[in-house]
Design a protein. Sequence first.
Length: 219
Amino acid sequence: MKVKKKAVLAVFLVILIVMGLVSSAYAMAYRRGSSGETVKTIQTKLKRWGYYTGNIDGVYGSATEEAVKYFQRKNGLTADGICGAKTLAAMGISASPPASSGTNDDLYLLAKMISAEARGEPYVGQVAVGAVILNRVKHPSFPNTIAGVLYQPGAFTALVDGQFSLEPEESAKRAAVDAMNGWDPSGGAIYYYNPEKSTSEWIFTRETIAVIGSHVFAK
């Protein structure tokens, strides 16, 4: 019986070790949704080599994912768009755990507002809403931080009706990543509105750039 117990214990320990290795390997991989300095390094190298044309912003969005796939195909690696140990080694990058995103960081705030303002809109429309917020950050007429733009008095009804306090939907999280990674379906807009709900006469005077779903995007 003691021998059997020892054998069972040995098997159990092996399982724990394997699970630990798998978990560690997963944690060491960079994939869509990851962020941080190592992602910036990945983007920098891919851009230098001609695989990537987006912004070096440390946000692993769809453009970064496609660039990684391109690199993997050209280098005989599994083209899954994930920077695991083999892909990182091929890039000459030392693997380190991806930075985790806190609930108060810019990406999370952006996802919350996208979810609140564009819930039920087409995915491209959700990305466009995120892009408008980021365009405002860069525009001299608005605060120069995401939080500043979001909390600007009277800017977003979602702060008044409670929608912003809700947990963001998964599509909004993805849309935030894509917007942060440089995708701007709004065409550079700094305003958007729903013509069926807007009560501001002033907003109708703005030049329309695009119409996506129920939102008009303007400058």
